[in-house]
Write a protein that binds this ligand. Structure first.
Ligand code: RIB
Ligand code: CA
Length: 313
């Protein structure tokens, strides 16, 4: 089986970092042709440094890492150090990377890689604000007819929001870019809070990472131990939601997830609901479906996959 070609667009963040490691630990199934970084959880310089750190930890200094947008399309940047710590990957306990960023802006890299790939060959996996993807679509609209799929973490419906009562962080940070993406016509698979809040880092799962006696195992354990604190405190749950690895796990084993193809629209005007993903789950409108929105996950199977793959690094 030929490995599926993907670009990971990301704002590491501990959960992005684990998602990157999961992808790099799965070369038979996934060919990561590039990683593109965006400002989000922490500013761009740190998300880029963190992506380089994860490539180095996985022994994949061959992966081009292109830095992208330093801020959202229209709104001011909002970051999330309160969740991820000042570095964005607090708990990882890793040195500064020696690997350097690859020349060329992320938006140009996304366009060039998409236009040079065969039609339907390339999938983009956004794990942060959609600024780079939105700008690429505005700069070169033809990428929309060439991409195979966008599999993204973002949004929420019955689960509401986590940055505001209405909006999930990735979409909230750049709702205008999200609006461009969800109007693009590209097949979209969406991992909202409704599904990621069922992928909780329960103590028995965190213990399994602690038992992986490798640099990657220790880094993942340290990051999960730090990252879950905010959500445990807020939601009173036994663990934190492991958002971004759901995107990569879906590519590796789609049977772990269940959802529905429905219309999704993005709020870009009201400040009260800015960045809300308005998901027409019950068919209340005549809008055309534009995304497969996931709601169910086999969380035990998800963590089995994650532990097994991280142990390979
Ligand atoms: O709301 C969760 C999302 O926002 C995750 O992708 C997390 O890394 C942050 O980017
Ligand atoms: Ca992220």
């Amino acid at each position: 089986m030929t490995a599926r070609k993907i670009i990971i667009d990301t704002d590491p963040g501990q959960d992005d970092a684990v998602a990157i490691l999961l992808a790099l630990a799965s070369p038979e199934e996934l060919d990561v042709v590039a990683i593109t970084t965006v400002a989000g959880n922490v500013p761009l310089a740190l998300t880029t440094r963190n992506a380089l750190t994860m490539c180095e930890l996985a022994g994949r200094t061959d992966i081009p890492v292109h830095a992208g947008s330093i801020r959202p399309m229209v709104r001011d940047l909002v970051t999330a150090e309160y969740v991820h710590g000042k570095s964005g990957i607090d708990g990882a306990g890793l040195p500064e990377p020696t690997m350097v960023v690859t020349e060329g802006h992320a938006v140009d890299a996304i366009i060039e890689l998409t236009m040079s790939a065969d039609v339907g060959e390339l999938t983009i996996c956004p794990l942060g604000p959609l600024t780079n993807i939105g700008l690429a679509l505005l700069r070169e609209p033809r990428i929309a007819e060439r991409l195979r799929e966008i599999v993204l973490m973002g949004g929420g419906f019955f689960a509401g929001g986590n940055r505001t009562p209405a909006a999930e962080f990735n979409i909230y940070v750049d709702p205008h870019a999200a609006d461009v993406v969800f109007h693009s016509g590209i097949p979209i698979t969406m991992m909202p809070l409704d599904v990621t809040h069922k992928a909780l880092t329960l103590p028995e799962y965190v213990a399994r990472f602690a038992a992986i006696d490798t640099p990657a195992g220790r880094a993942v354990h340290g990051m999960l131990d730090f990252f879950e604190r905010f959500d445990i405190e807020r939601y009173g749950t036994e663990g934190g939601p492991l958002h971004d690895p759901c995107v990569i796990a879906y590519l590796l084993d789609p049977g772990l997830f269940g959802g529905k193809h429905v219309p999704v629209r993005i709020e870009t005007t009201s400040e009260l609901t800015m960045g809300m993903t308005v998901v027409d789950w019950w068919g209340a409108t005549d809008d055309d479906p534009n995304a497969t929105v996931m709601q169910e996950i086999d969380s035990a199977g998800f963590f089995d996959l994650l532990v097994e793959r991280i142990a390979r690094i």
